[in-house]
Design a protein around this ligand. Structure first.
Ligand code: PLP
Length: 369
C-alpha cells in the first residue's frame, strides 16, 4: 500500500462545492483585498480562538514579525525562543533586529521547558516566544507566571496548534499577542499562504492592523513605515468554509494518533509522542523518535510510506545563524531531536487501514533489525 506523508482528499473532497462557491462569490463581487470576507473570517477566528481581536495577515511568519514590531522589540533586545523550533520563530526576532536566545525543550513534550527559562533571562530580555510544537500546547501556566514575575511579554507561535488547550485555555489566547499560520498543510490551511494574529489587547491589535496595510488607517495617509501583509479575500473566503470543520478534523487527527499509539507500543527504541498533564495535542504532526531514524525512514520509503523530518537542523546550527557562532553541542536536546525525530503520515480522515499499514511497516523494521 502506498501511503503519502499527507493527503488533503478526505478534508477537501466533501467541501469542494462549498469552497468553489465561496471562491466564485469573491470572483463575482470584484473586491479582492481587505473586504467583507476578511472581516467575517477575522470575527469567526477570534471567536474560535476565544480572543477579542483577530487580524488576518499574509502568512505566519509575518504574523510573528508584526507581533514583535507592535511590541516595539528592537536591537539590544533579547527574546527567549525554543532551541528546537521551525526557523520562522527565530526569523521574526531577527527581522526586528533583536537577538534570539535559545531555551532547551523538555525531552518528553519537545516544548520549551519552563524550568529552564529563568536561567536564560538577562537585563536585556524583553519577552518569551513559546511554540506549541507539533500541535501540543506548551505549559502556559508556568510560562505566563514567569513572564509576569519578570515583566516580560509573551508571543505564542501557534502555527501548529490551532485548537489545542492548556488547562482549558486555548493556545493563541494566553500571550499578549500571538501569531498563527494557515499555510495549506497546517491544521487550518488556506489554498496558499495566509496567517493571523490573535490578541485581547485592542491597542496592539490596532497597531498591527495599521502595520499590515502600509502603516495606514486612512487610504493614502501613512502613520508609520508599515508593510504589505494582508490576508486575501479569496483565502479568507476559503478559510471561512473550512473553519467550522476544524474541531471535527482535530478529533480525526487525535483518533489517528491514538491508533498509532496502540499499534506502535514497545517497538525497539521507538519513542512515541507524550502529552503532558494539563495539555492537549492536536497532532499537526505525529513525531516518533529512534536512534535508527535514517534507516527507519529509508525502510519506510522502500515500503511506500512517506515521512518527513521536523526538523533536520536546529536554528542555531543553520547557516543563516552562523554569525551567532553557537558551537555544536550547545543545545544538546535540540540536536538530539534533530538526529532522531521522524514524522509519520498524519492527516484528518486518514483511514484505519492506512494507519495500521504504516504501523506494520514500522514494526517489521524493528523486528527485522
Ligand atoms: C508554519 C510555521 C510558521 C510560519 O508560517 P508561514 O505561514 O509558513 O509563514 C511559524 N512557526 C511555526 C512553528 C510553523 O510551523
Amino acid at each position: 500500500m502506498n501511503i503519502p506523508f499527507l493527503s488533503f482528499a478526505p478534508q477537501h473532497d466533501p467541501i469542494r462545492e462549498n469552497v468553489l462557491a465561496a471562491i466564485a462569490a469573491v470572483y463575482d463581487k470584484q473586491w479582492y483585498v481587505l473586504g467583507d470576507q476578511v472581516k467575517a473570517f477575522e470575527a469567526a477566528y477570534a471567536d474560535f480562538n476565544q480572543v477579542k481581536h483577530c487580524i488576518g495577515v499574509a502568512n505566519g511568519l509575518d504574523a510573528l514579525h508584526l507581533a514583535l514590531e507592535a511590541l516595539n522589540v528592537g536591537p539590544d533586545d533579547e527574546v527567549l525562543v525554543p532551541s528546537n523550533t521551525y526557523i520562522a520563530t527565530w526569523l521574526a526576532i531577527s527581522y526586528v533586529g533583536a537577538t534570539p536566545v535559545p531555551v532547551e525543550p523538555s525531552l518528553s513534550t519537545y516544548n520549551i521547558d519552563p524550568t529552564k527559562i529563568e536561567a536564560a533571562i538577562t537585563p536585556r530580555t524583553k519577552g518569551i516566544m513559546p511554540v506549541h510544537l507539533y500541535g501540543q500546547a506548551c505549559e502556559m501556566g508556568p510560562i505566563m507566571e514567569i513572564a509576569q514575575r519578570h515583566g516580560l511579554w509573551v508571543v505564542e507561535d501557534n502555527a501548529q496548534a490551532q485548537g489545542a488547550t492548556w488547562q482549558g485555555g486555548i493556545t493563541g489566547s494566553f500571550g499578549d499577542v500571538n501569531g498563527t499560520s494557515f499555510y495549506p498543510g497546517k491544521n487550518l490551511g488556506a489554498l496558499g499562504d495566509a496567517g493571523a494574529i490573535t490578541t485581547n489587547d485592542a491597542e496592539l491589535g490596532g497597531k498591527i492592523r495599521t502595520l499590515r496595510n502600509y502603516g495606514s488607517q486612512k487610504k493614502y495617509y501613512n502613520e508609520v513605515i508599515g508593510y504589505n501583509s494582508r490576508l486575501d479575500e479569496l483565502q479568507a473566503a476559503v478559510l471561512s468554509v473550512k473553519l467550522p470543520h476544524l474541531i471535527e478534523w482535530t478529533q480525526q487527527r487525535q483518533a489517528v494518533a491514538a491508533l498509532y499509539d496502540q499499534h506502535l507500543k514497545g517497538l525497539g527504541d521507538l519513542i512515541l509522542p507524550l502529552v503532558a498533564q494539563g495539555a492537549t495535542h492536536v497532532y499537526h504532526l505525529y513525531v516518533v523518535r529512534s536512534k535508527h531514524r535514517e534507516a527507519l525512514q529509508q525502510h519506510l520509503q522502500e515500503q511506500g510510506v512517506g515521512t518527513l523530518i521536523h526538523y533536520p537542523v536546529p536554528p542555531h546550527l543553520q547557516q543563516a545563524y552562523a554569525h551567532m557562532s553557537i558551537p555544536e553541542g550547545t543545545y544538546p536536546i535540540a540536536e538530539e531531536l534533530a538526529h532522531t525525530a521522524l514524522s509519520l503520515p498524519m492527516w484528518p480522515g486518514m483511514q484505519e487501514k492506512e494507519v495500521i499499514a504504516v504501523a506494520a511497516a514500522v514494526r517489521n523494521f524493528f523486528e527485522r533489525a
